[in-house]
Design a protein around this ligand. Structure first.
Ligand code: AKG
Length: 282
């Protein structure tokens, strides 16, 4: 595959029919190494005692504001099981963070370098994006022992445009297996439309509908090597399970929407003060 990516017609057909696609060796070992080292440094520098999530007053508002503001920052979110009953971390902070988001791709030079690379824009152009913006980025740790599950969802619920245009680009920074909590997808589910939306209201965020119940036998595991990119259609139902193993499962995830021919929904949780820059305009 060339640098700007040429997806074969078989690959495109697979993506269109199944709603996801694995592109092996999308990132080089050097790309991976530099992103992992950079995250080590960001974590080392992160002083968790300053984070307002620990406030005792107005906890809900403080937590909501930390989340909303993360759209334009590099913010740290803990694993639910990171804390003991005494309120202290059970393990070092490096092994306690669930994810870092949501503007690594804009604010950090290393993550920006990969996110705005020709590899990424070439791929988006093959997917017919006209004026794509990366609307959020997440470094996801899936920590050993406590890495939380991600329940079945569709990315268009969270990052809604009219018409819908979201695609997930999920890059494995470590091998992802059934044992350490790889992605699972319901093949073809993107053809059944968007089930529900995640809205930001006066009193916080909420779903407009309850989740349907899904049959686990309809999901397939997406086990991939480090460097593989998993393309995820915005309506694809996907999930990942808790990581009960002793191995982490780091990933860097980007979500892209188009800004040409569609409208960003004002009820979305992300409300940008500064408009994001498109990767290109065609
Ligand atoms: O990394 C995971 O476990 C889930 C990620 C995911 O669902 C996403 O990036 O849309």
């Amino acid at each position: 595959m060339g640098i700007a990516g040429t997806l074969s017609s078989d690959q495109l057909e697979f993506f269109n029919s199944q709603g996801y696609l694995v592109i092996e060796s999308f990132a080089s070992p050097e790309d991976i190494d530099s992103m992992r080292k950079r995250m080590d440094k960001l974590l080392d520098d992160f002083d968790y005692t300053t984070v307002s999530v620990f406030s005792t007053k107005n906890q809900r508002k403080v937590t909501d504001d930390y989340f909303y503001e993360s759209a334009e920052k590099i913010s740290f979110f803990f694993e639910e099981k990171a804390f003991g009953d005494d309120g202290n971390l059970k393990q070092p902070k490096q092994l306690s963070i669930n994810k870092v988001g949501h503007a690594l791709h804009e604010l950090d030079p290393v993550f920006k370098g990969f996110s705005s690379s020709e590899k990424v824009s070439g791929l988006l152009s093959l997917l017919s994006y006209k004026k794509p913006v990366i609307i959020q980025s997440m470094y996801i740790f899936k920590q050993p022992g406590i890495g939380g599950e991600v329940v079945p969802h569709q990315d268009n619920s969270f990052l809604y445009t009219e018409p819908t245009t979201c695609t997930g680009l999920w890059l494995a920074l470590e091998d992802a297996t059934i044992i350490n909590g790889c992605l699972w997808a319901m093949p073809g589910s993107h053809k059944n439309g968007l089930v529900r939306r995640f809205l930001r209201g006066e009193n916080g965020v909420y779903f407009d509908q309850p989740s349907p119940s899904y049959d686990q036998k309809d999901f397939v595991p997406i086990e991939v090597k480090a460097g593989s990119l998993v393309l995820i259609h915005g309506d694809l139902i996907h999930q990942s399970f808790e990581n009960q193993s002793s191995k982490s499962r780091h990933a860097y995830s980007l979500h892209v929407v188009d800004t040409d021919g569609c409208k960003w929904a004002p009820e979305n949780w992300i409300r940008r003060k500064v408009e994001p820059e498109p990767l290109y305009a065609s």
